[in-house]
Design a protein around this ligand. Structure first.
Ligand SMILES: [Zn+2]
Length: 351
C-alpha cells in the first residue's frame, strides 16, 4: 500500500460519493447515497482504515485528505437534504395553503321567529310604560273564558263548532280562544292598580286561510286603576301605534261591540305605506284596522270583586300574526306557521 495508491482511492471515494449524492432524486435515494459514501463499507471508510498501513510520515497528510473528503461528502449530503426538505415543505405549504381572502362558509345560525320578535317589540313598548307581562294556562275553564267575559250559554263562541273542547261536548274545559282569561285571573289574584300585557297561544276551530290559522298568537293589554278614562286608552294606543309603525301616524277609534267592554271600539292606524292617501296595503282606504279595545265592562270588574265605584279600566287585544304580517308585509299568515326556513330566514336580523 503506497501513499499514491491511497491518495487515488480517497480521490475516487470523493468523486464517486459526490456523483451518487448528486444523482439522488429524493430523501430515500439520498439515504442510500449516504450509506454508499460514508457507510462502514464505503470506499472512504475502507481507505481510512488502511491509513494505518502507510508510513507514519505520510499518514498525517493523507489523514487530513481523508477528513477533508469526509467533510465534503457530509456537507454535500446536508445541502442536498436541505433542498429536498425545502421542496417538501413547499409542496406541503401549497397543499395546505389557506386563502384568507376567500369568503368563509358561514355556519347556520338560529334566529328568532318573526312572531316572537313581534311579541317582543310589543311587550317592550308596554314594559316601557310600566306594564308587566302576565301568562296563564292554554287549557282553560269555560268559567274564565266565557262566563267571566259576559258570554251567555248560547253565545256562538261556546259552540264546539268554534271552540276545541277538551274531553268532549258538555265538558267545561277547552283550549282558550283568546288570552282574555289571563286578564280575569290576574284581576282575581290582585287588587288594582293592574297594568299587564298578555301574550300567548290561542285556538279556534278555524279553517286555515290567508288570515286564519287554528292555533294562533294573541296579545292583550289591561289597565285598571282609579280614574282611568277613554282618554287614557286612546293616548296609550296612540303611543303604541306610533312606536310600532311610525311617529307621524294618526289613529282613529270606531265604535264596535265586544261582550266584555263598554264602550267598545276598533282602533285604526293611518296606513304607514301611503300615509293615508290610499294604496294596496290599506285597500285604498288610508287606514289599517289594528285592534279591538274598550273600557272594561263594570260587570267584569264586579265579577273579580273590584270596587266599581272606585276603579275603571281599559283593555285591548289583537292577533300577533296580523301585526307581524302588517309590519313585514306578509300576505298569508300561514307562512308564519309553516316552519319553512326559506321563508323564516328572510327575517333574520330584522326587527
Ligand atoms: Zn295605504
Amino acid at each position: 500500500m503506497t501513499q499514491a495508491d491511497l491518495r487515488t482511492r480517497l480521490e475516487e471515494a470523493r468523486a464517486s460519493g459526490l456523483h451518487h449524492i448528486a444523482r439522488a432524486q429524493d430523501l430515500a435515494s439520498l439515504e442510500e447515497a449516504q450509506v454508499r459514501a460514508l457507510g462502514r463499507k464505503a470506499a472512504l471508510s475502507r481507505a481510512r482504515s488502511d491509513l494505518r498501513q502507510v508510513p507514519p510520515e505520510d499518514r498525517k497528510e493523507l489523514g487530513r485528505l481523508a477528513n477533508e473528503v469526509h467533510a465534503e461528502l457530509e456537507a454535500a449530503i446536508a445541502a442536498k437534504r436541505a433542498t429536498f426538505q425545502a421542496a417538501f415543505m413547499e409542496k406541503r405549504w401549497e397543499r395546505e395553503r389557506i386563502d384568507v381572502t376567500l369568503p368563509g362558509d358561514a355556519p347556520p345560525v338560529a334566529s328568532i321567529h318573526p312572531l316572537t320578535k313581534t311579541i317582543s317589540a310589543f311587550v317592550d313598548i308596554f314594559v316601557g310604560l310600566g306594564y308587566k307581562v302576565a301568562e296563564g294556562p292554554e287549557i282553560e275553564l269555560s268559567r274564565y273564558i266565557f262566563d267571566a267575559l259576559n258570554m251567555p250559554p248560547a253565545h256562538p263562541a261556546r259552540s264546539p263548532e268554534q271552540t276545541f273542547f277538551v274531553g268532549g261536548r258538555g265538558v267545561d274545559v277547552c283550549l282558550r280562544t283568546e288570552t282574555s282569561p289571563v286578564q280575569v285571573r290576574t284581576m282575581e289574584s290582585q287588587q288594582p292598580p293592574v297594568y299587564v300585557v298578555v301574550p300567548g297561544r290561542c285556538y279556534r276551530r278555524d279553517t286555515a286561510d290567508a288570515t286564519h290559522v287554528a292555533g294562533f298568537a294573541q296579545i292583550e293589554g289591561l289597565a285598571v286603576d282609579e280614574g282611568i278614562t277613554m282618554g287614557d286608552l286612546k293616548g296609550t294606543l296612540e303611543l303604541f301605534a306610533r312606536s310600532f309603525f311610525g311617529d307621524e301616524l294618526d289613529i282613529r277609534l270606531r265604535p264596535h261591540f265586544f261582550p266584555f267592554t263598554e264602550p267598545s271600539a276598533e282602533l285604526d292606524v293611518q296606513c304607514f305605506v301611503c300615509k293615508g292617501s290610499g294604496c294596496r296595503l290599506c285597500k285604498h282606504e288610508g287606514w289599517i284596522e289594528l285592534l279591538g279595545c274598550g273600557m272594561v265592562d263594570p260587570a267584569l270588574l264586579e265579577w273579580v270583586g273590584y270596587d266599581t265605584e272606585r276603579y275603571t279600566g281599559f283593555a285591548f287585544g289583537m292577533g300577533v300574526e296580523r301585526l307581524a304580517a302588517l309590519s313585514h308585509r306578509i300576505s298569508d299568515i300561514r307562512l308564519l306557521w309553516g316552519n319553512d326556513l326559506r321563508f323564516l330566514t328572510q327575517f333574520r336580523g330584522s326587527g
